[in-house]
Design a protein around this ligand. Sequence first.
Ligand code: ZN
Length: 284
Amino acid sequence: MISLYSTRIAQYLAAALLLLLASSAQAGLWPQEERVPGGIALLEIPQRSAAAPHVYFNERRVYTHQRDGRWYAWVGIPLSQTPGATQALWRTRDGDIALPFVVADKAYPTQRLTVAPRHVDLSAEDLARVQRETPELRGAMDDFHPVRIALPEQVTLPLEGRRTSPFGFRREFNGQARNPHNGLDIAAPTGTPILAALPGRVVAQADYFFNGKTVVLDHGLGFTSLYCHMSQFTDLQIGDRVEAGQVIGYVGSTGRSTGPHLHWTISLNGARVDPDLFLTEQQR
Ligand SMILES: [Zn+2]
């Protein structure tokens, strides 16, 4: 009898262990945390209900994710964030609860680039175009759509190729300081297919002055990705659903670009964050 029981117990334990492994394997996408400008703070929210908590940072709604029955806020920290103590706010029925955290400094190197003068000293016409396009593109990147899209365990690398410009570099174009690099550049021959990093919906597809032919994907709850400088679009239309790994365009050098490459940006709560935080060691 004893041996029968111990066999049963062993079977039970094995089954429980398998369940545990299975549930941890189904935890979903999980970025690497880095509490710096351009990084991500993963904050646990002590809410036990199944309903997603409402969390805000810099007055923007934050992406939330449930893992092992616990809720987490993925707070995107903008490159413009001043290092030091800050807080996100958890909105509850009894009022806002502060979720304090500290942003460490990060020194990003400076990169000097030479491009067509047209893309540095803008004509009145080009300036007017940029002023029209900027709010459109920001809206596509930053608008919070309260839709939860099931995300896979891993991000699909949109393009295999040589990395030409990392995230966060301070930039000078033709000797003039411009905004820091808010994405990751990967070079590949013109026409190479570009893949959707995650499932989502097409929320912008247009030819912009700086970004060239560009697609923006919405992954729900303020999580978006941007793909720029394409030579060609696909048959996709704004509003279409895409799967991870689906071809969404082809490498090019349209817009302010020094050669055929993909500029890839990931954004959380309106903050551009380092795409490397979503990639595995092998993908980097
Ligand atoms: Zn770039």
